[in-house]
Every structure is written in structure tokens, then in C-alpha cells.
Design a protein around this ligand. Structure first.
Ligand code: NAP
Length: 252
């Protein structure tokens, strides 16, 4: 079977809803044992139970990815329980929308802390068992704002561009050890993250108009791409940024 992840152990951050849940479910369906991370434990437990009920393997691993030491402790826990970590999906992310004059250092810093620095710390810690095993997959969930920009979200655009750059840097460093590092760049997906925008008829029409396929992404459409990049078959893809955006960044 192509894209078979049986025997692999995966960590997905921000797995309790939205795109992280899509990634976690798709990885579990492909055979991986999936560690579900977010801060809220109850929502994770519900998702883990749903995967277990469907015959898959999933565990809850709640921590705040921005907390000092949490990525190292979380990954040490995975190694203690499972003896390996093959796949990391750096998905947890936030956004802060505010015009530049009112946009504070703290607003900017909070976004960069989760969307970039926590991803760096998680990738560093995950790379240890991966390089030791001679195999690993790190998939960053960037954004179309890893490639293009929009006003009022400077921290998000900077962090997501940085995340794609980080993937390239780590891809170069880790390739000899059999570890690939890539970035997926989703366009506009209908999740809680941008429920407010989706509910705004003008914004909704703008997204549909700017997207050649003419609609928002469905969260389910992300998980399959994560499985592909996490698979053996994607061994020759590293340092890449792959847009999953209905053609948005291809269109003028
Ligand atoms: N939706 C889109 O259109 C879109 C487009 C492009 C890129 N993206 C990117 O895709 C990723 C997921 O977006 P989404 O739409 O699925 O967002 P979402 O629905 O808001 O989900 C965010 C997830 O991250 C978790 N989380 C938040 N802060 C965390 C922290 N400090 N530590 C650990 N987990 C944390 C949340 O759970 P807790 O609150 O319980 O921690 C939740 O599970 C983000 O990186 C986002 O930038 C989304």
C-alpha cells in the first residue's frame, strides 16, 4: 500500500480541531500512532477516543508549545512510552489582526512565539531521535502568508515566512540523516481560526473571488497532503513549500 505509515509514531500540535485534527486523523488512518497535542486536554481526549473507536492508535499529550521546556519534555515522554518519534507536524498556530499603529510588541511576539519559535524548539527536539534512527519527517503548517502578504497581520506574515525559511534551513542540515522538512501553505480553510471572516459576507466573497477553484478549503483536504509528505514515497521532497490554496497564490 502506498503512503502506509504503519509502525510510525507521529506528534501533531494543535490537534484538537481544525487543520491539526485533519492531519492527526489522516495520519492515524494511514496507520501511524498519533500523539495529539494542544493545551486543552478535554478536547484532545474526545478526539483520541474517536480515533480509538475507529480502530486507530492515538494518545493525548497536552502541553503549551510556547512554554519553556515543554517541547523537550513532551518529546521525552513520547520516547519513554513509544521508543521512537518518526513524524512531527508543527501545526499549532495563532493570528493577531490589528492595524500597525495599534499593533504592540507583545501582539507581535505572542504570534512569533507559537508560529515560529515553538516550531523551531519542537523540530530541534524531534530531530534528535529522528537523526539517531536515520529517518524522520517534519511537516510545518505554514500558510499562503508564507508566500504572500496582507495588511494588519505583520506577526503572522513574518512568522509564516520564517517557518518556510526554517524548513529550508533544517532540510539542508538534516537531509544527510534521512530527515525531510517541508512546509504546507494552506489558503483559506473554514475552521474556528477564521470563523469570523467566513461569517463576513464581503470577506467570504473576496476569498471565493480570489481563489480559482471558487471556494474555501475543507479541513479534510489538508490531512492527505500531510500523509504524503510524511510517507516513504516523499523521501526526495525536502525544503519545499507546497501551497494547498485552490490556486490562490498562482493567480493574479
Ligand atoms: N484555517 C486556515 O484557513 C489556515 C490557513 C492557513 C494556515 N493555517 C494554519 O494552520 C494551523 C491550524 O489552524 P486552524 O485553522 O486549524 O486553527 P484552530 O482551529 O484555531 O486550531 C488551533 C489549534 O492549536 C491549538 N493551540 C493553540 N495554541 C496552542 C499552544 N500554545 N500550544 C499548543 N497548542 C495550541 C488549539 O488548541 P488549544 O487552544 O486547546 O491549545 C487548536 O488545537 C495554524 O498554524 C494556522 O496558522 C490555517
Amino acid at each position: 500500500m502506498a503512503f502506509d505509515l504503519t509502525g510510525r509514531v507521529a506528534l501533531v500540535t494543535g490537534a484538537s480541531r481544525g487543520l491539526g485534527w485533519s492531519a492527526a486523523r489522516a495520519l492515524a488512518e494511514a496507520g501511524a500512532t498519533v500523539m495529539l497535542n494542544a493545551r486543552g486536554e478535554a478536547a484532545l481526549a474526545e478526539k483520541a477516543a474517536a480515533l480509538e473507536a475507529a480502530g486507530h492508535r492515538a494518545h493525548v499529550l497536552a502541553f503549551d508549545a510556547t512554554e519553556a521546556g515543554a517541547p523537550a519534555d513532551g518529546i521525552a515522554g513520547i520516547l519513554a512510552a513509544h521508543g521512537r518519534l518518526d513524524i512531527l507536524v508543527n501545526n499549532a498556530g495563532i493570528i493577531h489582526r490589528e492595524a500597525l499603529p495599534e499593533h504592540t510588541d507583545d501582539d507581535f511576539r505572542r504570534v512569533v512565539e507559537l508560529d515560529l519559535i515553538a516550531c523551531f524548539a519542537l523540530a530541534r527536539e524531534a530531530s534528535r531521535p529522528m537523526t539517531e534512527a536515520g529517518w524522520g519527517r517534519i511537516v510545518n503548517i505554514g500558510s499562503v502568508f508564507s508566500l504572500i502578504a496582507r495588511g494588519n497581520i505583520p506577526g503572522y506574515v513574518a512568522a509564516k515566512h520564517g517557518l518556510a525559511g526554517l524548513a529550508k534551513a533544517l532540510a539542508v542540515e538534516l537531509a544527510p540523516a534521512g530527515v525531510t522538512v517541508n512546509t504546507l501553505a494552506p489558503g483559506f480553510f473554514a475552521t474556528e481560526f477564521n470563523a469570523g471572516l467566513k461569517a463576513d459576507p464581503d470577506f467570504d466573497a473576496m476569498v471565493r473571488g480570489r481563489t480559482p477553484v471558487g471556494r474555501w478549503g475543507a479541513p479534510d483536504e489538508l490531512g492527505h497532503a500531510v500523509v504524503f509528505l510524511a510517507s516513504e514515497e516523499a523521501a526526495y521532497i525536502t525544503g519545499a513549500t507546497l501551497a494547498i490554496d485552490g490556486g490562490m497564490t498562482a493567480a493574479f
